[in-house]
Design a protein around this ligand. Structure first.
Ligand code: DC
Length: 214
């Protein structure tokens, strides 16, 4: 079967993951959350108590195996789906995501997926699948994204502070879009959707319509 790839990129909290999950179900696509891979590597680095600012200390990449089991993320067979959503992981992931060997490892994993896929991240339409069948770039104001993150955390039973999250989101935007390798940016041929005042359903409907047109 020929691959059919939908690339969804955008900043933290723009709704990429929630929207990709729903669209995947509606359009019979497999959802791949690439942020979860960077988060899993970050979690492992934190568990090892190493200095995340020192690339040389990230020397465990060959020892870890990251797999998806439905919506679950497995790190060497252990379910880390909840652990990777902790604020400490969110706040340190951008340090890990700018390291070349980390991106190479994740790229290798990303290239293993075939078939009908909706993959969300920061560089899917620009680096991972520049020939994707459809590229979407989701945006939203930082304030709206912070509100969403607080709500998402509430649902996971994780306590959070709006102002702190807003500052962290702004900092992550800077980190993700100014890094040298595979920075967050909208591909020239991507369709931009500002989700600030749209409901999840409205965004999903737009994307489902675009998929059906392909
Ligand atoms: O989307 P997220 O918040 O789960 O992403 C976690 C981190 O991984 C974030 O700092 C950006 C980074 N990331 C990336 O650099 N490239 C991707 N394709 C996906 C995520």
């Amino acid at each position: 079967m020929e691959d059919f790839i939908v690339a969804i990129d955008g900043p933290a909290g723009s709704g990429k993951s929630s929207i990709s999950k729903i669209v995947a179900k509606r359009c019979n696509l497999n959802h791949v959350d690439t942020g979860a891979m960077f988060r899993t590597i970050t979690l492992e680095a934190l568990n090892r108590n190493i200095n995340l600012d020192d690339e040389n200390e990230i020397n465990f990449l060959d020892e870890i195996d990251i797999k998806f089991d439905g919506a679950k993320v497995l790190l060497n067979g252990k379910d880390v789906s909840v652990d990777i959503r902790q604020d400490i992981v969110s706040n340190n992931a951008s340090k890990i995501a700018k390291i070349q060997k980390v991106r190479d490892k994740v790229l290798e994993l990303e290239k293993n997926f075939h078939g009908r896929i909706i993959m969300d991240g920061r560089d899917i339409g620009t680096v991972v699948y520049p020939n994707a069948n459809l590229k979407i770039f989701l945006t939203a104001s930082a304030e709206q994204r912070a509100l969403r993150r607080v709500k998402q955390n509430d649902e996971l039973g994780i306590k959070s502070d709006y102002n702190a999250i807003l500052e962290e989101i702004k900092q992550r935007d800077i980190n993700d879009s100014t890094r040298k390798i595979a920075p967050l940016k909208c591909a020239e041929d991507a369709i931009k959707i500002d989700t600030t005042s749209l409901s999840i359903e409205e965004v999903c409907n737009k994307i489902v319509n675009l998929i059906n047109e392909r």
